[in-house]
Design a protein around this ligand. Structure first.
Ligand code: BGP
Length: 478
């Protein structure tokens, strides 16, 4: 429905922006940091766009005071960033690296100096390489204790100052890319191993939330999930069914476990038939049920549109557009389930991501009606080419994108959805995992590209000033 009058954004609304350690920090070997699986993966030729890596990234490690000063100038109320596990434990466990803790402690203090609420992501994909080597990372249950121990160190050290914690970032993305598509480390392509690793990640997520609750730390914790609702291509009942199957398989398969501790029965039944289901013990079920989150973190970029699949076997490969050449991606087809198609009502970006502001309201409403949990929007944004000209960057396309999404968020708040805050992706430009540096998301342009670090100077884009005004007026003027 369309409301005649919209509720204002809550006074406590966390107007924020986000980043992730590997994508911004650089300093990949500084002050005792151990290598992560991303440090290793990107060095294999052909794994990323033009073989880009985060060795230097946008050198936030050395520019953090300047970056936080820019956040303060913009007026951010919250900043979401991730901690690199291998800065804290260079080998993932064992010897603690005090210099790593010190870096994040300084960053947190710097944010608090300007009244910017830190939102800490405990894991944004940069698994310590040592744990991958020792026991296969997410494929071993040993990771549950090691991760919980690492997170507990963070809770003990920072929970006096940090009130919002994100357990795992986009488990659905790092697991499917890491173990099914083979496009993220450890570049495995094995569907059975994927479901097994995913189950261990679920247990790890529950274990860390349980540790947070048991430790009676003050604050809130939840996972961030990449959720893009699926639409039926039209009212053909078979396409409607394909929509339901797709959402269960690609969305609720994770969200249900987070929010209720249980897998959706329909998906598990089919996986059992295919002998792909993970081994779930009684103790696992108990752990999953005892690690329920305070909120769901929503990373929203786009929706999918599906028709019923008419094929029995994987025909051709899905392929992503990592080059920024519009129209070069190939849509996925899940045999006997669904075929992804273009939505005739919606435009796409140069990287073929569908732009759908109403979709964020659909996502918020779906999570609300299924789980009744508060939602923290932990990522949303537009990756595009930007041009630096005479120290200025005019990005009306980004302003339009964010503005339209915020309008729909306000509609959802008026509907009755509890939205805690909104973090755009991203604050500064940064490394896009597989797409290099040319796919830019920030309010702040960073002068570097694929070929050179250039000056790494920061420049405010037009969207910087737009968001500044939005925050100043608490969303009254979008
Ligand atoms: C999310 C990740 C982010 C970020 C974003 C944009 O999936 O959590 O880390 O990278 O997507 O994606 P991309 O960089 O591929 O454009």
């Amino acid at each position: 429905m369309r409301h005649t009058e919209l509720d204002p954004f809550p006074e406590t609304f966390l107007w924020g922006s986000a980043s992730a350690a590997y994508q911004v920090e650089g300093a990949y070997q500084d002050d005792g940091k151990g290598p992560s699986v991303w440090d290793t993966f990107v060095k294999q030729p052909g794994t990323t766009f033009k073989d880009t890596n985060g060795d230097i990234a946008v050198d936030h490690y050395h520019h953090f005071k300047e970056d936080v000063a820019l956040m303060a100038e913009l007026g951010l109320k919250a900043y979401r960033f991730s901690i690199a596990w291998s800065r804290i434990f260079p080998n993932g466990k064992g010897q603690l690296n005090q210099a790593g803790l010190d870096f994040y402690s300084q960053l947190i203090d710097e944010l608090l100096k300007y009244n910017i609420e830190p939102i800490v992501t405990i894991y944004h994909w940069d698994l310590p390489q040592a744990l991958q080597d020792e026991y296969g990372g997410w494929e071993s249950r040993q990771i549950i204790d090691d991760f919980t121990n690492y997170a507990t160190v963070l809770f003990d050290t920072f929970s006096d100052r940090v009130k919002y914690w994100v357990s795992l970032n986009e488990q659905n993305v790092f697991i499917t890319h890491g173990y099914l598509l083979g496009t993220h480390p450890p570049a495995v392509r094995n569907v059975k191993r994927m479901f097994a690793a995913n189950h261990i990640a679920n247990l790890t997520n529950a274990s860390v939330i349980k540790a947070f609750k048991d430790g009676e730390y003050k604050g809130q914790i939840g996972p961030s999930f990449n959720y893009g609702p699926a639409y039926a291509f039209n009212s053909d009942p078979l396409n409607v069914l394909a929509k339901i199957d797709t959402e269960e398989l690609m969305g609720f398969f994770w969200l249900d476990v987070y929010a209720t501790g249980k897998y959706p029965r329909t998906v598990i039944k089919q996986l059992e038939k295919l002998q792909l289901a993970p081994v779930v013990t009684e103790a696992d079920q108990q752990l999953l049920a005892s690690g329920l989150p305070d909120f769901i973190g929503l990373n929203y970029y786009q929706t999918a549109t599906v028709k019923a699949s008419t094929t029995d076997s994987l025909s051709g490969e899905m392929s992503m557009n990592n080059s920024g050449k519009k129209g070069t991606s190939k849509e996925l087809e899940i045999p006997r389930v669904s075929k992804f198609v273009k939505n005739p009502y919606l435009e796409q970006t140069n990287w073929d991501w569908t732009i759908d502001p109403v979709g964020i309201r659909v996502a918020l409403r779906t999570i609300e009606s299924r789980y009744q949990l508060p939602i923290l929007i932990t990522e949303n944004g537009l990756g595009e080419y930007d041009k630096l000209e005479n120290g200025e960057i005019h990005d009306p396309y980004r302003i339009e994108y964010l503005q339209k999404h915020l309008q729909e968020i306000q509609e959802a708040i008026t509907d009755g959805v509890q939205v805690l805050g909104y973090c755009t992706w991203s604050f500064t430009d940064l490394l896009s995992w597989l797409n290099g540096y040319q796919k830019r998301y920030g309010f702040v342009y960073v002068n570097r590209d694929e070929n050179s670090e250039r000056t790494l100077n920061r420049y405010k884009k037009d969207s910087f000033y737009w968001y500044q005004n939005v925050i100043e007026t608490n969303g009254e003027y979008l």
